[in-house]
Ligand binder design. Structure first.
Ligand code: ZN
Length: 229
């Protein structure tokens, strides 16, 4: 059944100066005797994002499903794909651990989708070690990050905070992963108390309590009238 896919060799590099800062990526695509070059950049991004973005742009430029060998000097990219990190984070809804998001989930998601279309083997190469095509990618990437009027890397500039805040019922408990429930305090705030929590989150399994910033209320001066006790 296996229709013969064209074998494309791709070299990629990406980087920032400083990190984070203006970033660029460079790509060399080789198919038979054809050689194609791509590059681009963003006004503010990170080294890891540019390494990933180089691979994404390269794979996105292929017009049909291909068999790809992709060389990169980014162990973050190569290990993320080869060792299944990205796949595992995706399965856990992009949480690395219950209270922390995986960084660059937007780009990992795109890469995983592209790897469904193409058969990709990621190969790590030592950077700046004389590999001709990798040197070309490095030069392209450096040249790109110095261009004026680079676009915004929206995924970086609008990235969510990595630490997940406990804000609503149904989120996994940080200690045991059980879905937390919302509870109302049984006791009314006492006189003299400055603030109270209208509700809090509670883990029914390990009994951990999470206070929620959005549920915090200032105590009114005339407490007893506000609460029907
Ligand atoms: Zn728990």
């Amino acid at each position: 059944m296996s229709e013969e896919r064209k074998h494309v060799i791709i070299y990629t590099d990406g980087g920032c100066d400083p990190n984070p800062g203006p970033g660029g990526y460079g790509i060399v695509l080789c198919y038979g005797k054809t050689r194609k070059i791509l590059s681009g950049g963003f006004r503010r991004t990170t080294n890891n994002r540019m390494e990933m973005y180089a691979a994404i742009r390269a794979l996105e430029s292929l017009k049909e499903p291909c068999q790809v060998t992709l060389y990169s000097d980014s162990s973050y990219l190569v290990r993320g794909m080869r060792q299944g990190w990205a796949k595992r984070w995706q399965e856990k809804k992009w949480l690395r651990v219950p209270d922390e998001r995986a960084a660059n989930a937007d780009l990992w998601q795109r890469l995983l989708e592209l790897c469904e279309i193409h058969t990709v083997t990621f190969v790590w190469v030592k950077g700046h070690a004389g590999n001709k095509e990798n040197e070309v990618c490095d030069q392209l990437s450096t040249a790109a990050l110095h261009r004026p009027d680079l676009p915004a890397d929206e995924g970086f500039e609008n990235a969510p905070e990595l630490k997940v805040k406990m804000t609503q019922a149904g989120q996994p408990c940080r200690k045991c992963g059980t879905a937390v429930i919302q509870k109302k305090p049984r006791k009314a705030p006492k006189a003299g108390q400055q603030y109270y929590y209208e509700y809090y989150l509670y883990c029914p399994a390990c009994k951990t309590i999470y206070l929620v910033e959005a549920a915090r209320r200032e105590c009114p001066a005339d407490l007893p009238d506000l609460f029907h006790l």
